[in-house]
Design a protein around this ligand. Sequence first.
Ligand code: ZN
Length: 273
Amino acid sequence: MFLNYKKWLFCLGVMFFVIVLYSGLHWPDKKLHVYFLDVGQGDSIFINTPNGKQMLIDGGAGNKIIYELAEIMPFFDRKIDVVVLTHPDKDHVGGLVEVLGRYDVEKVVISGVESESSDYLEFLRRAKNSEVIYQNDKIDFDFDGVFVDFLFPFDSLFGEHIFAMNDSSIVIKLVYKDVKILLTGDLETDGEKELLEANVDLKADILKVGHHGSKTSSSMDFLEAIFPEIAVIQCGKNNKFGHPYPGVLENLQNAGIEKIYRNDIDGRLEFIF
Ligand SMILES: [Zn+2]
């Protein structure tokens, strides 16, 4: 009986040690981690700040995001500080419906644009459990040392019907110390032109290429204004759209971008600063 008790105590001790060790791998390490998650054909970017605050921008189409989050978040962590939806298309909102169902999300940022898509309506229904913030030019915030600069749309789209939904995409620049990361959602050349004409400072070190590398985006002028070192293309393996478009890859090379990473080839990407 005494031996059994000792054995139990030993087992409990080992379990505790394993849990502490496992959790330790995920504890804030005073570094910024930016993940471009492998969610197939769609966008999803996860930010873990130096003190462990978490922001998720888009969630891909299906529930692949849930498996991705399980890989990079501690198993006991059921809370996400901020979720941003760039625009209501399925390959951005679909996975966020799952995320809102499974995680306690404190704040949700949306443009407020109108859409009748069932995924978007379900997303809005579930977002009622969070504080919903409508994007406009005044909501820039300091996220634990990471400045979140909302560049686009210029005006609130709350309640607006937009035909070219991609050009309603929320565009964000993340600034952490001397690193700048530009996230353009599915913005197309018309939206790019608006940003250029407004003389917005687009300069960034890393660019999340617009609209999964589609030919509708990444005009030469736009790329030259950003002048990034690294480009990331979020697209799925053998996707039916043929993303990324060869002409876009050519543009990226002509713009002097040194390194192009793709989720369809490289899987999940993680940048640590
Ligand atoms: Zn998309």
